[in-house]
Write a protein that binds this ligand. Structure first.
Ligand code: 9UX
Length: 68
């Protein structure tokens, strides 16, 4: 399973690191790719273990807005 989320508020490399770290540590997540200039976070995960909602929540906990 792979999703691409549109995340608002990531502007520097520290943002990228914060988001990547928070998502990567979730069980069931296999890979995270952050593209700052297009506000995209692509996540490869096992949807039997973790949900899209849980991934979005982890990003929002870091202080960023998940738009879609
Ligand atoms: Mo960089 Mo991101 O100074 O919230 S950490 S903009």
């Amino acid at each position: 399973m792979e999703i691409t989320l549109n995340v608002k508020g990531m502007t520097c490399g520290h943002c990228e690191k914060a988001v990547k770290g928070a998502v990567q540590e979730l069980n069931g997540v296999h890979g995270v790719e952050v593209t700052l200039d297009s506000n995209r976070v692509t996540v490869a995960y096992d949807d039997a273990i973790v949900s899209k909602q849980q991934i979005a929540d982890a990003i929002e906990e870091q202080g960023y807005d998940v738009v879609s």
